[in-house]
Design a protein around this ligand. Structure first.
Ligand SMILES: *[C@@H]1O[C@H](CO)[C@@H](O)[C@H](O)[C@H]1NC(C)=O
Ligand SMILES: *[C@@H]1O[C@H](CO)[C@@H](O)[C@H](O)[C@H]1NC(C)=O
Ligand SMILES: *[C@@H]1O[C@H](CO)[C@@H](O)[C@H](O)[C@H]1NC(C)=O
Ligand SMILES: *[C@@H]1O[C@H](CO)[C@@H](O)[C@H](O)[C@H]1NC(C)=O
Ligand SMILES: *[C@@H]1O[C@H](CO)[C@@H](O)[C@H](O)[C@H]1NC(C)=O
Ligand SMILES: *[C@@H]1O[C@H](CO)[C@@H](O)[C@H](O)[C@H]1NC(C)=O
Ligand SMILES: *[C@@H]1O[C@H](CO)[C@@H](O)[C@H](O)[C@H]1NC(C)=O
Length: 510
């Protein structure tokens, strides 16, 4: 091929391309003039507002804004009235607000909220506490309560249409000592000036939860929810429980159970405490994820005998509070069973209540009956020191039988646990209640104490790690003395279990 031919072909290609380029350029030119025209012809739909152009010029980093002719109304209040059946009350964000250049040359910046990060209120339960009073348990946004002033109103709406609704200020109690995280525990005490529900064909308790500008000072949002719905029969049933003497002498409200618990340790704890508290006792266990198949096996025989109620509270895990929302759980338990128990105990499943041999648990509480609440001293036990004489056979012994070394370090303030007469308690905590009617005593030494086997309940290996043949030993700077108080009752407890539920749990794993 000659050079000339080659050149002509090249030119041809260029020309062919140029034709397409020309078309493209023409199209671009048309578009450009259209855009330029748009700048000057006010369109009904889209325009550069002069204000935005101005703000672009004065602040070159700000992007150009296309402003639609929708008015940015910042006063569009979110629905002040959310029913319980509709999904969570996310305040409807106002239509997008823009930065604006004010006449005095100041750039007014806009802040646009999206979504909502914590619920105003998460209802767990509400219970009647008398003819004119109710307790409502739930979680609230913690920053709202720490930095804002949310408030509550309680309203009783009778099913009898002739009766007017009656409304009072709800007294809020935050029982979790500031331990909450995203959510904090709230007990709302609704006390009406007159009895409600009596002789009515039922009614309902509404709670109006108002943010008072916490979260967004532009809005005073009120969420209304139905906390309790009561039929006429419910009221009659309440009355019969309320006016009757308590069904149980001793009631155990367990905290949230979590983790990979040892079935054997739970088995030992139950046998020990059913024996201690006796026939008129009941145990409510709250499963926050700790009751797996093995633990269920050891609860079952006692559930079948009516000693244990198991409640699945795993769903509270969605709402980040302190330790699986244990403060919420204990308040629910308090108010749910308030009138069924003479005394309610609050402690954990690695803790063992002990009263001296000369007394019984009944004689102890009778001696303290003037008090609404008493607290109980802790005996911290080693979770790894055992007796040399148990070598080779410790795996067959029960936890409280073989772990006999007591931490005797002095000058340490240790946690206490407590018991209350629940009819006089308005809200409670994990280590004591701060909202009681009546007296509290801490002077219970020599009458009642509890042994605490910390770190044993979720341990599946043999706890005995160090076998000791002296009555006193110091390990890691902590002095221990032998205390066989609990070891001495092991045989009796094992016989009791056998008598009560037979041999079903004999092959339980650690
Ligand atoms: C936008 O707001 C202005 C002043 O508040 C009002 O005069 C105008 O009618 C509104 N336009 C629309 C489309 O709502
Ligand atoms: C937005 O709120 C401000 C201050 O509350 C008010 O002065 C202004 O008029 C409001 N704008 C509109 C469009 O409602
Ligand atoms: C709340 O809703 C009810 C029923 O939908 C309605 O009758 C009432 O007016 C509303 N209250 C407020 C304050 O919006
Ligand atoms: C609410 O508080 C009052 C007064 O403090 C008390 O008498 C009442 O028992 C409480 N109600 C409940 C349900 O705890
Ligand atoms: C918010 O609304 C409630 C109920 O209507 C009212 O009692 C309260 O005073 C209001 N708070 C503020 C800060 O406006
Ligand atoms: C009320 O109590 C009776 C008898 O204890 C029981 O059978 C009934 O189911 C209860 N009713 C309600 C609505 O709880
Ligand atoms: C304690 O154990 C040590 C070493 O294991 C041994 O020498 C000693 O005889 C034991 N004492 C008693 C009283 O058993």
């Amino acid at each position: 091929m000659s050079k000339e031919k080659e050149r002509r072909m090249f030119v041809g290609v260029v020309w062919n391309c140029a034709a397409e380029l020309k078309l493209l350029l023409t199209a671009l030119l048309f578009l450009c003039s259209l855009i330029t025209l748009l700048h000057f012809i006010p369109s009904r739909l889209i325009t550069f507002s002069p204000v935005d152009l101005g703000s672009c010029i004065s602040t070159p980093t700000a992007p150009l804004h296309f402003v639609s002719h929708l008015n940015a109304t910042n006063s569009s209040t979110p629905s002040a009235n959310t029913s319980t059946t509709t999904p969570p009350p996310a305040p409807e964000p106002p239509s997008l607000e823009k930065d604006r250049l004010l006449l005095n040359g100041v750039v007014k910046r806009a802040f646009n909220p999206f979504g909502s990060a914590a619920y105003n209120f998460i209802l767990m339960s509400a219970y009647r506490g008398g003819y004119n009073t109710f307790a409502v348990m739930g979680l609230g946004s913690k920053p709202l309560h720490v930095y804002g002033k949310p408030s509550y109103r309680c309203e009783w709406v009778s099913s009898d249409k002739q009766k007017n609704p009656i409304s009072v200020v709800g007294h809020k109690i935050l029982p979790d000592w500031g331990y909450g995280r995203v959510y904090t525990v709230i007990v709302i005490n609704c006390t009406f000036p007159v009895p409600v529900g009596n002789g009515e064909n039922g009614g309902k308790l509404l709670v109006h939860a108002t943010t008072n500008g916490g979260g967004d000072t532009n809005f005073n949002t009120t969420d209304t929810f139905e906390a309790l719905s009561e039929t006429g029969q419910d009221f009659v049933n309440f009355t019969s429980v309320y006016e009757a003497p308590p069904k149980y002498d001793f009631f155990y409200c367990g905290s949230s159970l979590y983790g990979n618990l040892s079935p054997q340790r739970v088995r030992e704890w139950l046998a020990f405490h059913v024996r201690l508290f006796g026939e008129k006792s009941h145990f409510v266990i709250h499963d926050a994820g700790g009751v797996h198949e093995g633990v269920m096996e050891v609860l079952k025989p006692w559930m079948e005998k009516g000693y244990v109620t198991l409640q699945d509270i795993r769903d509270q895990e969605r709402f980040d509070g302190y330790y699986h929302n244990q403060f919420l759980i204990v308040n629910d338990c308090l108010h749910r069973y308030k009138f069924q128990a003479k005394w309610m105990f609050f402690f954990d499943v690695d803790e063992y209540i002990y009263v001296p041999k000369k007394s019984t648990i009944k004689s102890v509480v009778n001696s303290l009956s003037d008090y609404t609440q008493f607290t109980i001293e802790q005996m911290p036990m080693s979770n790894k020191l055992c007796l040399e004489e148990d070598r080779g056979k410790s795996y067959r012994k029960w936890g409280f039988e073989k772990l006999v070394y007591k931490d005797v370090k002095t000058g340490i303030r240790r946690d206490r646990k407590y018991a209350v007469q629940p009819r006089n308690v308005i809200a409670n905590g994990v280590h004591m209640s701060q909202n009681t009617v009546g007296k509290t005593t801490h002077k219970t030494e020599g009458r009642i104490k509890y042994f605490h086997y910390h770190g044993t309940i979720a341990e599946h290996r043999e706890p005995c790690r160090q076998l000791v043949n002296t009555t006193a030993i110091t390990v890691d700077g902590i002095p221990y003395n032998v205390d066989t108080t609990m070891r001495d009752v092991a045989a009796t407890v094992k016989r009791f279990e056998l008598k009560m539920i037979g041999t079903t749990l004999q092959r339980t794993r650690q």
